[in-house]
Design a protein around this ligand. Sequence first.
Ligand code: HEC
Length: 452
Amino acid sequence: MLSELIDFLGSLHPLIVHLPIGIVLLTIAIDVFMRNKNNSVHRIITLGWFFSFFSGLLAALFGWFLGDNGYYFESQLGVHRWSGIAFVSLCFLIWLLKFLNFRFSKSSTRFVNLTAIVLLTITGHFGGEMTHGQNYLVENLPFAKKKISTTSIEKDRRSEVDSLFVYEDLLQPVFEQKCMACHNSKNTYGGLNMSDFKSLVKGGNSGAGIQKGNPYESLIYKRVSFPHDHPKFMPPAGVPLSYDQIATLEWWIDNGAKKQLPVSLARKDPKIQRLMEVQYGLDLREKSFLETLKLDPPSKTSLKALEEDKFMWRFLNPEESFLDITYTRNTIEKNDLISLQQVKNNITWLNLSNTNLKDDDLGYLVELPHLTRLKIQKNSRITDNGIKAIKGLENLSQLNLYGTGVTDAAFESFSMMKGLKKLFLWNTRVTPTGIEKFKALHPKVEVVAGLR
Ligand code: HEC
């Protein structure tokens, strides 16, 4: 009962504070602007100081009740509290002296009035900061840049989405900034300590902080998503959580609230994926093998090994490390295949179509670890045995075998190529049944085969 009364009186503080502000300003105005003061004017001024003192005292008392409930940061409260008390004391002193008919000189009147106004300003400003948030004054200036409160992830980490975790990288920094001043291992308001994962999940006096899989039963989620004027809204002082922070929290709890839930899981949910991309600047697109690959460019001398009248080559990327090579003559020789080995790390696309390539020659291609596209169409001497030799090319995504001698037996080798996405089999000896069987097992591989 008593604590409820105290809470009630505390809640009157923001109302009451306006009384001493008005009264003291009016009193000072009368003092300054009324030149010829008779006795009744003096009496009014004395009375004004008394009411300033009395309403100030009430405001301070109610303010004390309000500050005691733990809803404010001690660091902000300190200055506000003591300058408020200084103001009330000053009013009391002035009233007492005036009541005892002490005659103030002109300069001391000016000094006293000025001091009262300064104290009032300081008290009011810090009080405002607590209710409206820090920087509330400057942030509404027309030329002020609005700072939107999002978690910033360092630039070079944004591209490494796979090593980011929802709790550790997105939520924990927010909790630290907005909650932990009041919920840490020393200050545990409501019995809640948010400074480590375990106790945060455990919660406080009234229940679980996090109920895995259920945001609406999780106190931490509930408290931050109340309307801002709800008495249980958190944080009670300072900057509230932004929309994206609340949405991230909800999504994280929905997905099991693991300490190490990877951010990349957002790819499963288009809404959250967009939020991650827009609000946190994360790049969540699936990367192809080449996008994740970093290679040194080939040396000038190794490129010379490719004789100009036989090979055509170009770079596929601005870093000049991925090579696209085409053989231009009709019949490829062993020596040509050996010279390819000079740049084997850099070959990503290779075109050996219509070069009289044989099964034996394909053995040289297994040595190309970064090969992603291989064109060996129109080489009728290539059979299933040759394909067997290159089944270990695990980054190969496109393989063109149009016009070769492969049969259904080659599907076993295709199955081993883990990166395979597109397969050209037009004009070969594979059968529709063979293709159907393969497609059933590997639905992600596109087979292009206009069968005879
Ligand atoms: C300025 C101090 C302060 C800050 C900052 C603050 N809280 Fe609180 N919090 C309190 C006080 C005081 C209580 C106890 C009274 C109550 O339950 O409202 C409390 C209670 C809670 C409770 C209820 C615990 C229980 O089991 O009863 C939760 C949950 C909570 N806070 C979450 C948060 C979250 C999340 C943040 C950050 C967004 C936050 N708080 C920031 C002061 C603070």
